[in-house]
Design a protein. Structure first.
Length: 138
C-alpha cells in the first residue's frame, strides 16, 4: 500500500515538475548562486581571520572596529549619494574589475609579506561580508 502511495506521489511530483520546468530551473539557479555566495563568505571569513591573526596579536582585533566602522560609513554615504545617479548594470561594470584589481594587489602584498595588507584585507572583507548579508536580507 505504501509503495503504491509513494509511486503515485512521485508521479504527481514529476508531472508538476514538467509543468513548471522553467520556474524550477530559475529556483535551482538561485539556490546555486546563494550556495556559492554563502560558501565564499564562510571561507573568506575564515581566511581573513587567519591571515590577520597570523601576523597580529588577538588584542589588535578590538582596534579594528573603528576602521571597520569608518569604512562602512563611507561606503554607505557614497552608495546613498551616487546610487540614484548610476544604473546598477553600470555600477557592476565598474565595481567588478575594480574589486578584481584590488584582490590581485592584495595577493601580491601577501606574497611580499607587506604588513599593512593584512589589516586592509580584514577590514575590506568584513565590510564586504556585512554588505553582502544586507543584500541577501533584502
Amino acid at each position: 500500500m505504501s509503495r503504491m502511495m509513494f509511486s503515485k506521489t512521485y508521479q504527481t511530483f514529476l508531472h508538476k515538475f514538467a509543468e513548471y520546468k522553467q520556474e524550477y530551473g530559475k529556483v535551482f539557479l538561485l539556490f546555486a548562486y546563494l550556495f556559492c555566495v554563502v560558501s565564499a563568505s564562510t571561507i573568506g571569513g575564515t581566511a581573513a581571520d587567519t591571515l590577520f591573526l597570523s601576523r597580529f596579536d588577538n588584542s589588535y582585533l578590538s582596534l579594528m572596529y573603528l576602521p571597520q566602522a569608518l569604512v562602512m560609513i563611507m561606503a554607505g554615504i557614497l552608495f546613498q549619494r551616487y546610487s540614484p545617479k548610476v544604473r546598477l548594470e553600470s555600477l557592476m561594470k565598474i565595481l567588478i574589475p575594480l574589486i578584481s584589481v584590488l584582490v590581485l594587489v592584495s595577493r601580491f602584498g601577501v606574497g611580499l609579506e607587506l604588513r599593512w595588507v593584512f589589516p586592509v584585507i580584514y577590514i575590506g572583507y568584513v565590510n564586504f561580508d556585512l554588505a553582502e548579508r544586507g543584500e541577501l536580507a533584502l
